[in-house]
Write a protein that binds this ligand. Structure first.
Ligand SMILES: Cc1cc2nc3c(=O)[nH]c(=O)nc-3n(C[C@H](O)[C@H](O)[C@H](O)COP(=O)(O)O)c2cc1C
Ligand code: SF4
Length: 442
């Protein structure tokens, strides 16, 4: 285990750490000239020498997966965008990042704002987009400021506006700050919010690729997804796929992270397929103060708890799914042996209940019921039926029963906790029975 924090960029090699290597040269790269001196905008300049359909083939060949949590391949999503009819076409960056325990997009935007802009320029050119928006959560004040400054710099260089670098293509990009609600991260709720409406998710289909912002074709991708594109354009899809060769079928590197009672909470760019043990022990320095790992969430609050015995799993979509969880954002949250799983789960469910948009009944009413049952157990007032009730909620709020993925996501940590740590829930009932007996005897 390391005794000092490790840098996010590893050895700072662009061949192995394409997302973060520049941070080994400068603490942050917010100036366009500095960024250009470090291979910046070279991927974009290469892309615009090619027909958009050829750039799309490069991104498809790289099989780059979305980094917002669902892992959908970007190239496939892009190829489903409605054909250009000469009207507006929108490109959106999802920078809402309100998933508890997830803070990777913030670092990318605060330290490398031009890399996101370059990635979006590549996407916008490929998709023949006319306007773009970086939808960023309102609390990310510094990131929004640095992005706005970076946009001014590239506007002056002619990378935004009309007839960009004599290509005949016009594109504008804006930063739009949200009001800081978790549901604004769901792509269709985000679009409603961007349009000035209440942030409820929309029915799908139609998917945003066909009818998104203002009813026009729209692509939404995550901050980290766009950050992958400049290096893919520069070094090619084979190199990108090779980054995780022998470790995982998921291509490229990923910003992994760890939070909770580890020695060095943080972020590290590592190839897909890095094991949870490597992240926790080799990068986060292991558990703090001699504590022992009990449970962990692989990628944010909306993923299923796994147990300490799963620590040698490669952190990729297939391996984590086989173990009964979801890769999510790849930022691990650890729970140590002194922490109560009922309380940890209650804490997460309170967040989800508060953040429900209230549009559909199972989520609006079911999540507060989950909190109520968990609180009863936590306070030693729970009954065995509360556990049955919680288990039932995991079925009633599951995929297909609610309007969007918020409620099923909320059920994931609960399902994992009940699956691996049911005895802790049951112990709370036993304690309640003993307490009632004591009260009766007194
Ligand atoms: C409740 C909820 C919250 C979400 N929050 C985010 C978020 O903060 N950032 C994000 O990129 N995706 C979030 N997503 C996923 C988006 O709907 C969408 O799948 C993603 O932005 C697509 O980008 P990607 O393909 O690059 O991953 C959320 C989904 C749900 C259901
Ligand atoms: S599942 Fe929850 S967040 Fe999603 S639409 Fe229904 S009430 Fe809103």
């Amino acid at each position: 285990m390391n005794t000092e924090p490790k840098p996010i960029y590893g050895d700072g090699n662009p061949e192995t750490h394409p997302l973060t290597w520049r941070l080994s040269k400068q603490e942050h790269v917010r100036n366009a000239d500095d960024y250009e001196a470090l291979e910046g905008y070279a991927g974009f300049k290469k892309a615009i020498t090619m027909p958009p359909k050829d750039v799309l083939e490069v991104i498809k060949a790289a099989t780059v997966k979305g980094r917002g949590g669902a892992g959908f391949p970007a190239g496939i999503k892009w190829s489903l965008m409605a054909p250009n009819d000469g009207g507006p076409r929108y490109l959106i960056c999802n920078a809402d990042e309100m998933e508890p325990g997830t803070f990777k997009d913030r670092l990318l935007m605060e330290k490398l704002p031009h890399q996101l802009i370059e990635g979006m320029l590549i996407a916008a050119y490929t998709l023949e987009a006319t306007q773009g928006y970086i939808f960023i959560r309102g609390e990310y004040i510094e990131a929004a400021q640095y992005l706005n400054e970076a946009l001014e710099q590239v506007r002056a260089k002619g990378y935004l506006g009309d007839n960009i670098l004599d290509t005949g293509w016009n594109f504008e990009l804006y930063v739009h700050t949200g009001a800081g609600r978790y549901i604004c991260g769901e792509e269709t709720a985000l679009i409603n919010s961007l349009e000035g409406r209440r942030a409820n998710p929309r029915t799908k289909p139609p998917f945003p690729q066909v009818a998104g912002a203002w009813g026009r074709p729209t692509i939404v991708n995550n901050v980290e997804t766009y950050n992958n594109l400049p290096a893919i354009m520069l070094r090619g899809p084979e190199w990108y796929i090779g980054l995780s060769a022998g470790k995982s079928k998921d291509p490229g590197t990923k910003i992994y992270g760890a939070s909770g009672k580890v020695k060095f909470p943080g972020l590290w760019e590592l190839p897909f397929g890095t094991t949870a043990r490597e992240v926790i022990e080799d990068h986060a320095g292991g558990m703090r103060d001699g504590l022992k790992l009990k449970a962990w969430l692989p990628g944010g609050a909306s993923t299923d708890f796994l147990a300490a015995e799963h620590i040698d799993l490669p952190m990729d979509a297939e391996s984590i799914m086989k173990a009964g969880s979801r890769l999510g954002t790849c930022l691990l949250m650890v729970v140590d042996e002194t922490q109560c799983m009922v309380s940890a789960t209650r804490n997460l469910e309170e967040f989800f209940a508060r953040e429900s948009c209230g549009w559909c009944t199972p989520c609006r009413d079911g999540l507060p019921w989950a909190v109520k049952a968990l609180k009863a157990l936590e306070n030693g007032e729970g009954k065995k039926e509360d556990i049955d009730h919680l288990q039932e909620l995991t079925r009633k709020l599951w995929i297909g029963k609610t309007f969007c993925a918020h409620a099923p996501g909320a059920m994931e940590p609960l399902m994992g906790a009940l699956k691996h740590f049911r005895s802790e829930f049951e112990a709370k009932v036993v304690n309640a029975a003993a307490q009632n007996r004591d009260v009766a005897q007194a």
